[in-house]
Design a protein around this ligand. Structure first.
Ligand code: HEM
Length: 218
């Protein structure tokens, strides 16, 4: 469910550049995600390492889907330009989970996460919507993800060995990379309908994350 203000933001957003539109259409959802009880508790040190472990295990299902679809769409004119080997997270996440003592085969996706995965899978035939999922997760990892990494070390004593998910050591300057990513978004060959679909799906992608945080809190 989205609010009326999300809807009007989305309409407004659809008239600017892709990167600006995405940022403004998801701004409120971003604020909500950042303020989600689970995220706030995790970031403030009110949880424990087990809280992080539960989130990391759920991320496994999300990135497995995201990178499987990304591999399939790597040659696509719309989705291909954002797909980048340097962003691939699944091998790192798998190694982190092993170091955290988690076997993802023994974990079930939470219902909201199963819905998130289904939404990502549905973009195999809809590259514009795939870009929305790509943007929401990877730009988040390159931004807030860096803060998450330092807080997990600070509050819960997690080590680099368990947090390689947030390390992009094949990317020199994250800020420059994000600027380049936005320029790539702005050059994507999208028609008006694909543009609307992309913005719409990005808001949905944030909502999937909100749902996951609500489930992790419960
Ligand atoms: C721990 C909570 C979070 C913090 C502290 C945080 C922090 C930030 C910051 C500081 C930026 C701006 C970076 C820049 O302009 O270069 C940013 C951008 C972004 N974040 Fe977050 N974030 C958090 C949670 C999330 C979540 C849960 C998601 C979605 C899964 C997300 C997705 C994004 C995206 C897509 C951007 C890029 C916005 C744009 O420039 O278009 N963030 N975040």
């Amino acid at each position: 469910m989205t609010t009326t203000s999300d809807d009007s933001r989305r309409d407004q957003a659809a008239s600017g550049s892709v990167s600006e539109s995405l940022r403004s259409a998801t701004a409120e959802a971003h604020d909500r995600a950042e303020r989600a009880t689970f995220v706030d508790d995790l970031m403030s040190g009110r949880l424990d390492a087990a809280g992080y472990r539960r989130m990391a295990a759920q991320l496994y299902f999300i990135y497995r889907a995201l990178e499987s679809v990304g591999d399939e769409l790597a040659g696509d004119a719309v989705a291909g330009p954002v797909v980048d080997e340097r962003l691939r997270r699944l091998p790192r996440l798998t190694a982190d989970l092993t170091a955290l003592g988690i076997d993802p085969d023994g974990v079930a996706p939470l219902p909201g996460v199963a819905g998130y995965v289904a939404a990502i899978e549905a973009t195999r035939t809809d590259p514009a919507r795939f870009v929305a999922h790509h943007y929401t997760r990877y730009l988040g990892d390159l931004s807030g993800g860096q803060v998450i990494r330092s807080r997990m070390k600070l509050h819960y004593g997690l080590t680099d060995e368990t947090l390689s998910f947030y390390v992009f050591d094949e990317i020199d300057k994250l800020k420059r990379y994000k600027d380049g990513y936005r320029e790539t978004l702005d050059r994507l060959p999208l028609d008006a309908e694909q543009m609307r679909a992309l913005i719409d799906e990005a808001v949905e992608a944030f909502e999937h994350n909100e749902r996951m945080f609500a489930e992790l809190a419960g």
